[in-house]
Design a protein around this ligand. Structure first.
Ligand code: SIN
Length: 278
C-alpha cells in the first residue's frame, strides 16, 4: 500500500489498498486520522462492500434528507443529472453538524463522474485554527455555536430544484438544533480545530447578533484561503472518506450537461468536547 499526501495541509491518496480486505483497515484508519481525508483509487465495490467498509469505522448514521439508493436505505444518493443546475453540497459545510452527536465521517463512492470537473474541495479546520493569532484563539476557545438543519432542509427550501427533483426531501424532519464548541478538541487526533460552518451554523451564542455575524464572516473568509485546502479529483471507482470533525467540504458545480452520481454512507460520531485550557 502506498500513501501519497495531496497537499501540505490535508488529504492523501492511497494506492494498492482494498476496502474489502480486513488487513488493510488499520493503515487506512491511521491515514484517515493523520490526513483527515483519504481517497482510495480503483475500488471494485458493491453497495454491500461500501456498507461493510463504513461499519469498520463505526455504526452508520442514516441521513434524513437525501434520497436513498433503491434497496439500500443506509446509502444516500448524491446526484446531479445532465439537465439539472443545482448540485448537492455546493456550499461550504460539515455534514450533520446540526446533530447533537455529529457524524464522524462521510464515505463517498464515485459511481459516475463527469469527463472534467465535479471535484470536491476540503478545508483543514485544524490548520485554519492554528493560523489564527494566539489572542483570537483564546477568545474563540470558550465560545459555543448553534447549528441547525431547519433553514437548509426545511419547508423554506421546498421550491429548490434539488427538492422538486426529489434529490432532497423529508422537510418535516428538519427540526435539529445543536450546540457545539466553536473550537473542539478532535476526538481522535487531539488537535484543536474550528467547528463552525457557513451552511449549518446560525450564530455564536455568547455574542450579540451583529458581533456573531462579524466574527463568523471573518472566520469563514479565513478558512477559505487555499493554504488550508485540498482538492479531490474524482475518478470512477474511487472511495473517499473525510472526517467531518476536522474538515469542511464543498462540491464544485462546474460540469453542467454531464451526469455525476455518488453514493454516500455517513458514519456516526460522538458529542464534541471543547478545547482544553492551555
Ligand atoms: C456532500 O456534500 O456530501 C457531497 C460532496 C460531493 O458530492 O462532492
Amino acid at each position: 500500500m502506498e500513501i501519497r499526501p495531496l497537499t501540505g495541509g490535508l488529504g492523501a491518496e492511497i494506492l494498492g489498498a482494498d476496502i474489502r480486505r480486513a488487513q488493510d483497515f488499520d493503515a487506512i484508519f491511521e491515514a484517515f486520522v493523520n490526513y483527515s481525508v483519504v481517497v482510495l483509487r480503483g475500488q471494485d465495490c458493491t453497495p454491500e462492500d461500501h456498507l461493510a467498509f463504513a461499519r469498520r469505522f463505526g455504526p452508520i448514521n442514516v441521513n434524513r434528507f437525501f434520497q436513498p439508493v433503491e434497496g439500500y436505505p443506509e446509502i444516500a444518493t448524491v446526484l446531479k443529472e445532465k439537465d439539472q443546475k443545482q448540485a448537492i453540497g455546493e456550499g461550504w459545510h460539515t455534514d450533520h453538524s446540526y446533530d447533537e452527536m455529529p457524524a464522524m465521517g462521510s464515505i463517498l463512492h464515485a459511481i459516475e463522474v463527469p469527463p472534467i470537473g465535479g471535484d470536491t474541495l476540503l478545508v483543514s479546520m485544524a490548520a485554519a485554527y492554528e493560523a489564527l493569532s494566539p489572542a483570537l484563539r483564546i477568545f474563540l476557545d470558550g465560545l459555543t455555536a448553534v447549528h441547525s438543519s431547519r433553514h437548509t432542509f426545511g419547508a423554506s427550501v421546498q421550491d429548490s430544484e434539488a427538492s422538486v427533483s426529489g434529490r432532497l426531501g423529508n422537510a418535516l424532519a428538519a427540526t435539529q438544533d445543536a450546540r457545539h464548541p466553536v473550537v473542539i478538541t478532535h476526538p481522535l487526533s487531539g488537535r484543536r480545530g474550528l467547528y463552525v460552518n457557513p451552511v449549518f451554523t446560525t450564530h455564536i451564542e455568547e455574542l450579540y447578533p451583529d458581533e456573531s455575524d462579524a466574527i463568523l464572516a471573518m472566520l469563514y473568509a479565513h478558512c477559505k484561503q487555499p493554504e488550508f485546502h485540498c482538492r479531490l479529483r474524482w475518478q470512477a471507482r474511487d472511495i473517499a472518506i473525510w472526517d467531518n470533525r476536522a474538515t469542511w467540504h464543498k462540491a464544485i458545480n462546474d460540469y453542467h450537461s454531464h451526469r455525476r452520481l455518488m453514493h454516500r454512507v455517513t458514519v456516526a460520531g460522538v458529542a464534541l468536547a471543547a478545547a482544553q485550557a492551555a
